[in-house]
Design a protein around this ligand. Sequence first.
Ligand SMILES: Nc1ncnc2c1ncn2[C@@H]1O[C@H](COP(=O)(O)OP(=O)(O)OP(=O)(O)O)[C@@H](O)[C@H]1O
Length: 294
Amino acid sequence: MTAADRRTEPVLTLDDLTVVYETEQPVTAVKHANLTLHRGEILGLAGESGCGKTTLAYAINRLHRPPARIASGRITFHGDDGDIDILALEDRELRAFRWERLSMVFQGAMNALNPVTTVRAQLKDTLLAHRPRMSRKEIRERSEDVLKRVGVDPRRLGSYPHELSGGMRQRVMIAMAMLLEPQIMIMDEPTTALDVVVQRDILREIVRLRDELDFAVVFITHDLPLLLEISDRIAVMLEGEIVELETADRLYRDAQHPYTRKLLGSFPSLSGERGAFIRTGIDETTDILAEERA
Ligand SMILES: Nc1ncnc2c1ncn2[C@@H]1O[C@H](COP(=O)(O)OP(=O)(O)OP(=O)(O)O)[C@@H](O)[C@H]1O
């Protein structure tokens, strides 16, 4: 089967997912969401603050906490070895599932590194938790390999998080997320806290790694120009509902939902050629992102 064929196969399906915050005035943050993520695709999830993007991401990995409750729906992971009903997993199975099949990188993830242990120890702990029989040599090789892949010098294995820049810490978190070669990575505003140049480098790296390793990415941000550049398809959320799901090209050229059109209209510089910068790395090309933020 070719990579293109695999790209049309589902790796994750959400059916009728509803998430409610059971507060005094209950808030239905995700409303009957249906979504299919294909193998190896970058799916952008766009929408303004408070529309439910993070709630959806947490629910997929069962990281939601009370008062959040999944009120309806199914979340199915389609592994090469069969389907997994994520909502039915026992705690132990869920721990094995996370990182191994599906991993997450959050906006504040770089601050999620343990401040008192080295990068080496943190990578090793995660590896051993899932692969207890791994030898020291394999652990060292895998740790060096993932750091290299995200553009961090393996000599940094001995560093503590405070010795690394914000961009480097975020790269280490991405290395951690790909450590066990999951088929899905969910990235929730992974670069928002970083400056534009660092952000752009990391995004380019994520696209390149996806091309190389063929994992699927759900990339969450309210930054629609950025999503247009890196995504294969984009889902637009409005008040808990997915109101449009289209290829990035079609969404850009022919958005159907009035809210998508409004969202596109709110980024006046969305007139350059989509995607040229990150996908080809040609620096002379119109840099939509930088213009947007200028
Ligand atoms: N712990 C909570 N208790 C009650 N309501 C919550 C809680 N967390 C989120 N919500 C509500 O759920 C809705 C969706 O929030 P969510 O954080 O998922 O949106 P978002 O699109 O990720 O926003 P942002 O881009 O600002 O992160 C919002 O109305 C929010 O107020």
